[in-house]
Design a protein around this ligand. Sequence first.
Ligand code: ADP
Ligand code: MG
Length: 264
Amino acid sequence: MSTRTAPPAATAGPKVELRGVRKSFGATEVLRGVDLDVAHGEVTVVLGPSGSGKSTLLRTINHLEKVDGGSVSVDGVLVGYRRSGNKLYELREREILRQRTRIGFVFQNFHLFPHLTVVENITEAPVSALGRPRKEAEEAARKLLARVGLADKAEAYPRQLSGGQQQRVAIARALALEPGLLLFDEPTSALDPELVGEVLDVIRDLAAAGTTMIVVTHEIGFAREVADTVVFMDGGRIVERGTPAEVLDAPTHERTRAFLSKVL
Ligand code: ADP
Ligand code: MG
């Protein structure tokens, strides 16, 4: 059971619904009909072996990958498409970018802009995508840096920071657009072991604040403590879904058991 209490609905992030999502690259079918429901403000942890489709799944949610079949919606709004009558029209690039500003994405390898300072990394999207005044965006960025414990690093460049600090900057950058939904793709797997905790601490705080989160991670302890729901993916399908206790302590599928025996 998750130890955190449900946030009030008014402040909780959006719900996410995937229905029959399919995606192929060439002849390889990577997502084979994925159904996933993440409720308002819930944290879902996605487990699964390398190549099972976890990153692709996350990427369909903010339309970094276009689906071949099925649908993705965030708070009932289709991602990447507009419905008119019973026809679907693909959104234009500008509309997709606007939709994407409501979803934060944190990558395994941070993806910071190396030529920009920390504060410039964080203000880039609010200024260029949302047209916020730079001064206001900078003030917000400094508050976010304080929140991730990096108030003194505003003027540093990414190369001057540890991996854990860079990832915390990347989280602050994702938060700068005030997204209700955050997607994390193995946020700690590029870090030295002693730096993992500082990043997980930040993510744990965000979960408590009511943001809807989907977190791909192999950190089982984190899943147990923070997740409302754990799903296990294998071969482009979700093969098991339940509370952390159900999936981690009493998995019903042989493939889940085999995977857990390797990572636990
Ligand atoms: P995971 O994150 O679980 O390791 P991925 O979603 O990254 O899995 O990849 C699932 C499968 O899809 C892998 O076999 C991978 O090689 C393939 N794949 C992912 N992205 C692409 C791409 N852009 N082009 C071709 N194949 C891809
Ligand atoms: Mg991946």
